[in-house]
Design a protein around this ligand. Structure first.
Ligand code: ACO
Length: 190
């Protein structure tokens, strides 16, 4: 997605992570940069919701400010006459969930969750999603099967099967989906 400001000046790395401070990497303290970062987050969140057929955005700058979630943003440096464009977003964070185990017991847990994942339509099926997801796995030091996933779309379900051989297991009563191996060696959620 292209913007009328310079993405390369706003976001330093090909994949950058932001928390509730929404601190741009360049021009720290510069209000225009902060506002531009919020524009990027809101636009990508809106596009993600549209792609998933949701009524409202899961990811907004405002929601980021009031959560402990982390938002990974991927850019493409050379596009838009060298000003860069935004390729995708991936939001992760812990949530308190009641998860059904293999014996149909409800277990209260606070696992890491994939909350929002979107690659711009012009870039889908070109390996960007895998690059972004793998970067997040390395940065968070968590195995893919240990995540709970909020309403995975068909495309995301296919993505997880293709790249990580993940199959859904134990139907849950909430919108979250867990995968084979979810409970084994689940990292401490404290
Ligand atoms: N139809 C079916 N499967 C698809 C499609 C599609 N249109 N697009 C991607 N995939 C899956 C397939 O397994 C595909 O492999 P294939 O081309 O060999 O069939 C694989 O993803 C491609 O991998 P990448 O190129 O690395 O993935 P991509 O860059 O396309 O990103 C993503 C995957 C994020 C799911 C992207 O397709 C997207 O943004 N889709 C729309 C929004 C969406 O559904 N997001 C997930 C919502 S659920 C949540 O966020 C918790």
């Amino acid at each position: 997605m292209e913007f009328d400001f310079n993405i390369n000046q706003l976001i330093r790395n090909v994949i950058s992570v932001f928390d509730r401070t929404l601190q741009p990497h360049h021009n720290v303290g510069d209000n225009t940069s902060k506002q531009n970062l919020e524009v990027v987050i809101d636009a990508m969140g809106k596009a993600s919701a549209k792609a998933q057929g949701l009524g409202g955005a899961i990811t907004t700058a405002y929601k980021m400010r009031y959560s402990d979630h982390r938002l990974y943003i991927m850019k493409e440096s050379h596009s838009n006459s060298g000003r860069g464009s935004v390729v995708g977003i991936l939001k992760v964070g812990r949530k308190v969930l009641f998860v059904l185990d293999h014996h149909s017991n409800q277990v209260e847990m606070k696992p890491m969750c994939i909350l929002d994942f979107y690659v711009h339509e012009s870039c889908q099926r070109r390996g960007y999603g895998k690059q972004l997801f793998q970067h997040m796995l390395n940065a968070e030091s968590i195995e893919p099967q240990h995540f709970a996933i909020d309403r995975p779309s068909k495309k995301f379900t296919s993505f997880l099967m293709k790249h990580y051989r993940l199959r859904a297991t134990i139907p849950q009563v909430n919108n979250f989906v867990i995968f084979e191996g979810f409970f084994k060696n689940q990292p401490d959620s404290s």
